[in-house]
Each structure stands twice: as C-alpha cells, then as structure tokens.
Design a protein around this ligand. Sequence first.
Ligand code: BGC
Length: 441
Amino acid sequence: MVSAISALAGLLFGYDTGVISGAILFVRKDFLLSTVQEEVVVAAVLLGAVAGASFGGKLADALGRRKVLIQVAILFIVGAIGTALAPLPTLLAIGRVVVGVAIGIASFTAPLYISEVSPPAIRGKLVSLNQLMITIGIVVSYLADYGLADKEAWRWMFGLAAIPALILLIGLMFVPESPRWLMGRSQDDRARAVLQRIRESGDVSVELAEIKADLSLQEGGWRELLNASLRRPLIIGIGLAAFQQFTGINTVIYYAPTIFQLAGLHSASAAILATVGVGVVNVLLTVVALRLLDRVGRRPLLLYGLVGMVLSLGVLGAAFLFASSSSIVAWLAVISLAVYVACFAIGLGPVFWLLISEIYPLKIRGRAMGVATMMNWGSNLIVALTFLSLLHSLGRPATFWLYAVIGILAWFFVYRLVPETKGRTLEEIDASWHTVGKDHK
Ligand code: BGC
C-alpha cells in the first residue's frame, strides 16, 4: 500500500509531462503565442524539474522522504489549479515551472522512499510501480487531450491533475516515514516500530542491525559523494541518466504524432490513434518488466532492451529513407517505433530509476539521487529543444541513427559498469562499493 500510494507521484509525473502535447495546440491559439513563447511554455516544466531535482535531494535527506512527498503533493495541486486559471501566458509558464519543480522532486523521492520500505526480494517490482504509473499517466494524458480537444478545453487538461494530487496528499497521511531515514536520524525506536508494521515477520532485528552497520561506514556530506569508493555508483547514476534521455525516448513521447505524419501517416486522427497505441505498448511492457526485474535481474533487461532499441531505431531511420513512397513504409515506421518503446519499457525506462534508488549509501542517498535526476531532466530538456532542429539539419534517417549510436555506447557502458542488484539488501549493495577490486557483475 505504501508503494502504491507513493507511485501516484509517478502518475502525476507522466500526466503532467504528457498533457502538454495536446494542450499546447489550444494554448497557442488562445494566447496567440509566438514560436519562442510556445517553446518557453513547453520547456517550462523541464526547467522546473531540473531545478526541483537540484535542491530536492537535500530536502529528502534533511526532512525525510514522506514529509517531502507531502510538500510535493501540495505543489502539484497549486500548480494544477494555477495553470488551469492562468490569465496570461507568463503566468501559465510560471505555473508550469511550479509543476516542473514538483515533478523534479517527486521523480526520485517516490522511488527512493519505496526502495527503502521494500523487502529485497520484491524491491524491483515495487519501485518500478512508479515507472508503471508514469506510463499510465502518459496514456491518461493523451486520452484527456483527445477527449477535451473538440471543446478546446486546455484549462481542464491542466486542472485535472489536481485530482490524483489530492489523492496522493490524503494517502500520504496514512503511511509511515522511511525506517532507513529514521535510523539515519538516530530514531531507532521509531524505525523498529515502522519495520514491524510493514514486514510480514515480526523479527526485524537483523534488518535493523544491517542498517546500523551500514550507517557506521559513512559520513554524510558532499565530500562523501565524491569519495573514491563512491565514484563508480556516481558515474553509473549520471551515465544512465544521460543515456536514458539521449537514446531519444521523449522524441517519441512528446512528438509521436509529428513523427508518424513525417513517416507518411497523413491523417491526424490516424497519427493520434497510433500515438495512443504506442502509449499502451509502453504500459504493457512495463508490466512485463515488473514481473521480470526480480527474477532475471536488472542487467539482462538493460542489455537486451538496449539491443532492441538500437535495432528498431536503425529500422526507423531506414524507413524514413523511403518515407511517403508507400503506406507499407508508414506502417514500418509505426511498428519500429512501437518495438523501440517496448524495448525501452522493459529496460532503460524502469531500470534507471530503480538502480539509482539502490546503489547509494543511506546517508547521501537523497542527494546522490538528486544529482542523477538533475542530469536526467537536463538531458531531457536538451533532447526536447534539439530534436526538431536535428530533423532539419541532419535529416530524418540520420537523427534516429544518432540516437541508435548513443544506444550502442550505452550498451558498453552498462556491460562494463553496472552491477546486478537483484535480491541483495541495500546495505549489501553499499558494502560492495567499499570492497576494492570486487567484481560487481
Ligand atoms: C523517463 C521519462 C519518459 C518515460 C516514458 C521515464 O523513465 O524518465 O523521461 O518520458 O519514462 O515512459
């Protein structure tokens, strides 16, 4: 229940990033936006997310995971209502920055919190509930955009997000603080009480002793984060954050109808329908990932997923060489895009957020996740801002092949650096960084 409630933050992440694709058409018309103004309104949420991630980690370490999520839920409500009522484009952009700050903080605090309350054997599944909710949020936003399109009701598109945000806020009243964070604050008795409440077996002393031993290994400042033994997890977090975005996933999530039209699917309704289809594939394959993460492990899913992403990007690029010559080519583009999203959903999508919730020591977990998350949103922003110009300058095939080449680099990065964390306690994973020369694969 704790995981399901926290994962509502994922639903808001997905909804609030996806909703702009449809809403912007009507915002543009109502406010007579110039191209630059339109870009600002679209990018505002990503800018806010970078900012939120930059200070959210410190908050999560200082105030506690649950308290920060409560504040984030309030911010989501304020942002939803503010954007729904905004009388001027500037105020709308400011409202979207507020929503972005909430997304930036929520995007890692929810997996962090879930990871710390989960039993190791099912941690992969529980943490990735958050990713599942992101993908569901994206589809719901596409459907809301679609349903509200004939009324041009963009204010409702933004405002509807207040409902899940309110449910998140109410739900958080009933969940306990993370026992690991409590231990870090020397509140051992409260930590014990929480663990006894959320574990099936009443005896939690072994888990408590492990957490305590782990805490004694560490200092808590930025210096610790740059310490030699933590260099590798830091590189893994930052590297995966960049690769998750620079392999191009959000060109599809944010621009799918445009891509389909470029590939020769000329009717707008066919393009939108194909987009919803791609969103559904994203959800379904995330469900499959949830079932596999704790069984086959994180590494194989990442490695096989990347192979699939690279191959499908290759085919997609090739399809553009022949685009608009026949409808078969258009459908080849649709299918390769669906395969690409499927391979992301089974690997890099959930595994990035999962791994960064597992590989850092307790005392600096919030801050370290914040750094990786900031990198993720920063890279997202760069891809979103450059995609359309890349299509113009490099051409369509080369743009997608560029993302494929980055996917190949990502494969080698994962193969060489990323450890398997399946079934291990967070404390075991941390201890492994301190063992010099240990093979992490
Ligand atoms: C990524 C988002 C992306 C989403 C798509 C997440 O893991 O961080 O940028 O939009 O997956 O499902």
